[in-house]
Design a protein around this ligand. Sequence first.
Ligand code: MN
Length: 379
Amino acid sequence: MSDRSAPPSGSRTDIGRVRQHNEDSLIVAPPLYVVADGMGGHEAGEVASEIAVETIAMHAPRHADAQALGRAVRAANRAVFKAVGDGLGKSGMGTTVTAAVVEDLTVAIAQVGDSRAYLVHHGVLQRITRDHSLVAELIEQGRITEAEARYHPNRSIITRALGSDPAMHPDLFEIDAGPGDRLLLCSDGLSGMLEDEQIAALLLSIPDPQEAADALVDAANEAGGHDNITAVVVDIVGDEQVVQKRRGRRTAVATIAWTIAFVALLAAAFMGVRAYARSSAYLIDENGHVALHRGLPGSFLGLTLDWPVSGETTIPVESLPASVQRKLKDGIRQPSVESGMRTLDVYRSYADDAQEELLRRSSEESVTPVEEVPVDAQP
Ligand code: MN
């Protein structure tokens, strides 16, 4: 990640118009972005939120690994407890945390409390996190509406926070974002003052992320600024490496497709050759005798296409004309097994003629000595 440029981002935290202190904290340390909303009052809330963001920054993964980010948030929880023991802040202090690691197009989020993560995905604002708050539970139970929650007397009661339960665990999210998407992390001072539609309108209409963050905080202040307001805006860009990675994946897919096509073509070619081989035949010298085979002499792509038909015959190769004998060493192609049979018949007659000639000669030779010893001369 360190060799890549950080995505464009903007951030701002503001005291608001009512509070005397800003207990929110934020950190922008690409690939990490965190918003924390501290509680416990002066010299407590801001201590808890500050400890949280700094501890998460120390332990956060460099990759969009939600589990690892969750472990960093749990480390921050322990750090808040330890701080109280060390005399930092005040007993009972706590903080929300919404942390994100943005790696290319993947966003890992770990969240505790009512600070939210939103994603503008393909031009539509989506709420990623679910508030850990009393009013959120009442909304889920259908007992109050979203609009009623804004004015609910217990709207600031949160059901999960760092510093309240040593066994606390964050909600984890891993999101596949698209190039051009925009991530927003914010404290309830923003989402409590603005409707989602207003947030979406500002995020969609202001291209610069810092100007967008400023506009969101300004709008929350204009709406009353009842609480501290924090916004972090991160533009998700499909950087060149990601685009190349995707291009590489496409190339790999194309290569596989072409390989399959090539193998199919090869198989078809082989089947064609095999079919051709099945229909053809050849004669060959086998241990001094003529043999008829279906197929082709030799091999094709290391595969033998040969089916012996006659096996060795009784036709001696030496009984055939010298030119035929030479050709039989490599095999003599025949248009079909049938014509190969006919050629064998011809060879057989050659062989028979040669045999007859041999017999005739040997009978002549055997007769001659008899003639040399007349019967009459015998006693
Ligand atoms: Mn708040």
